[in-house]
Write a protein that binds this ligand. Sequence first.
Ligand code: KIV
Ligand code: NA
Length: 265
Amino acid sequence: PARIRVHHLQAAKQRGERLTMLTAYDAVTARLFDDAGIDMLLVGDSIGNTMHGHTTTLPVTLDELVVAARAVAGAVRRAFVVADLPFGSYEAGPEQALASAVRMMKETGVAAVKLEGGQRSLAQIRALTAAGIPVVAHLGYTPQSENLLGGPRVQGRGDQGQRLCDDAVAVVDAGAVAVVLEMVPAEVAARITEVVPVPTIGIGAGPECDGQVLVWVDMAGMGDWSPRFAKRFGEVGAALTAAARAYADEVRSGAFPEAAHSFDA
Ligand code: KIV
Ligand code: NA
């Protein structure tokens, strides 16, 4: 399968083909999702919540995301891999953002980086784009600002809708190659999708976005809780528990290992 490159994203939008994106944090899942034909993989800072046992994305470091991004980028053949820039790695300005993004590109092989914020992140998006690094913007609910936003709350309701739309236009003018919209009213996301030329990728942003993204553990039903905007497309957590139980049962009974799993002298 041919590798998806940056120009294919806009071409997909023009053809009206919906883009599919999932998070991935390691080579095992990256390979599985790439084989399933998922178009884009996000090495998200949601790794903090899903894999590292934090309650927010704030503690996640660039070092941690570099390791995960290298594993994901190295495992895929087709998917367009995007890595998050974590909290604290780009807010200080374009120079800090460039240093972080250059490191990510040099050490991992991802195709693009993602950062949060509209107006406040324009200088960073311009600097990365000027350096030849594709940037995916992230607007609406931005988890790295959860303390200021008061937790996961819908953004862009009422009068704020126009501001969000202005932000989307601004990040695209600054060079963003795609825009993630998180927890945005469906009508607002639809309007943004109409006015910007690059793909919008929604999560809790309704059906009119050019693509959808989900955190893979939510998509696969790994835990007992998932946010309202997620849908469980499998019960992989229950399947894993069942496999672990079956293994333990056979070890305890002596049914495993058999001769076929053992070596002669
Ligand atoms: O880190 C992440 O998983 C994300 C998605 C929710 C878009 O940024
Ligand atoms: Na993220």
